[in-house]
Design a protein around this ligand. Structure first.
Ligand code: AMP
Ligand code: MG
Length: 425
């Protein structure tokens, strides 16, 4: 079968079952529709942290620019050193970092050199200062002070060669990349435009913080978890507030969001019972697929397009919002940001400290606490109550314990996959 290119083609595929969609398959289907933003801007290196390179960076120079010393010591000619016993050499000058020795070194001569100092012409090797004794007018190099020619000498271009691709388009710029770019003398880079992500919550029961609560009403927490997660991955969030469970209000909010953002994220309103009118509105405005993902929490999920915007309809439950964001939206946003390293949250193996139960037939993302035991081994334990409304479980957790579809329990002491999503203490 050829790769489906439209949402309609996907929904016609033989193995497509929207009522039981495996996690990996949903992620892969979404991937087919994602392409990086095209707009590019030039930014100064100072403003480039966490942006994504839009073009390759070619090195304009060798780094380091000159052969230089890796040690404080003495620049010498290897051939002058006696195979056995000490070698006396005459001191003819100094090479400090940034202040090179200006002439050439001849036979039987040494130049006092410091880390980063340019290798003098005529010298090929550096003797560590601990392996030589300074004497009046010179130095005595100890027997066996260097093993081979070129020792303790850094070669010009050994870090980066002039003309080499230092970073390819798609590289996220972190502190190390900023430093590398500065070492090349680059002061501006081309980066993809920041992604605009509009989001709102749906539900008649929701009130925004700062408003009084009426009977049966609750505060909207999803907009704050979304705001936090979006900021963490360096998007420009557009908070559109709470939208009532009303087709007209929903349609207007979706149209406004799609008109001003690259991505629209909603929470709530996609579960059974509510899906009908939401589905009608989305069908009218765009092209959206509704899935029941074989996972817990986070069963209902909608993905599609509204105009030029990508649309993610997340479940309403506070934990489900976070889990579906981490499992589907996060890496999708990375692709749209142009990152070449976009991938699902990485998983590691850790030993389970107490048994866990689950239901067969779905992937479970239990909230876990990953910590190193006194014996140095990484162990993970569940946070306890796994209800999808228990947001405090996400706050206590630093990882998901990812339990595969086909098991119904895991014993203590067994290894499980964990996906860290917060700092490990
Ligand atoms: P829904 O998917 O709209 O049926 O919502 C599922 C559950 O999540 C209900 O208990 C809602 O009250 C709750 N919920 C939905 N949206 C939010 C929100 N923004 N903040 C907190 N709870 C929410
Ligand atoms: Mg609702």
């Amino acid at each position: 079968m050829t790769t489906p290119t439209t949402l309609r083609e996907i929904s016609c595929a033989d193995d497509y079952d929207p009522a039981s969609m495996p996690v990996d398959k949903a992620r892969a289907l979404i991937r087919k529709f994602l392409a990086p933003v095209t707009a590019v801007e030039r930014v100064h290196l100072r403003d480039a942290l966490d942006r994504v390179l839009a073009t390759d960076v070619i090195s304009p120079r060798d780094v380091p620019g000159h052969d230089n010393s890796a040690m404080d010591g003495w620049a010498v000619r290897f051939a002058d050193l006696a195979p056995e016993g000490e070698t006396p050499l005459a001191r003819v000058g100094e090479s400090f970092a940034g202040r090179p020795f200006s002439s050439a070194l001849g036979g039987g001569e040494a130049v006092r050199i410091f880390t980063g100092g340019v290798m003098p012409e005529g010298a090929d090797t550096v003797v560590m200062q601990e392996r030589a004794t300074e004497v009046e007018g010179g130095v005595r190099v100890h027997a066996g002070a260097v093993a081979r020619i070129g020792q303790n000498r850094r070669r010009a271009g050994e870090d980066v060669r002039r003309g080499a691709v230092v970073f390819a388009a798609g590289q996220p710029l972190r502190p190390a990349e900023l430093g590398m770019l500065a070492s090349l003398g680059v002061n501006e880079v081309s980066v993809y435009r920041r992604l605009r992500v509009a989001f709102f919550s749906t539900g008649d029961e929701l009130r925004s913080i700062g408003q009084p609560l009426g009977p049966g009403e609750i505060y909207d927490s999803n907009r704050y978890t979304l705001l936090g997660m979006l900021r963490r991955i360096h998007c420009d969030p557009i908070d559109m507030g709470v939208v009532r469970d009303d087709p007209g209000a929903l349609e207007q909010a979706l149209a406004t969001a799609a008109g001003c953002a690259d991505v629209v994220i909603t929470s709530g309103g996609v579960s059974v019972g509510e899906a009908d009118f939401v589905k009608d509105v989305l069908d009218r405005l765009g092209d959206v697929l509704f899935w029941k993902i074989a996972m817990k929490p986070g069963r209902p999920l909608a993905y599609g397009r509204i105009g030029n915007a990508h649309f993610f309809g997340l479940p309403g439950n506070p934990v489900a919002v976070m889990v579906t964001f981490y499992e589907f939206v996060r890496d999708a946003l990375h692709v749209l940001q142009g990152r070449s390293d976009a991938s699902a949250l990485p998983a590691f193996r850790a030993v389970l400290s107490a048994p866990v139960r689950k239901m067969r037939g779905r992937t479970e993302f239990q909230r876990g606490i990953l910590a190193r035991g006194d014996d140095g081994e990484w162990r993970v334990s569940s946070t306890g109550d796994q209800g999808s409304g228990i947001l405090s479980s996400m706050s206590r957790a630093n990882c998901f314990i990812v339990l595969p579809v086909d098991v119904d329990h895991v014993d203590a002491g067994a290894e499980v996959n964990v996906q860290p999503f917060e700092g490990i203490v």
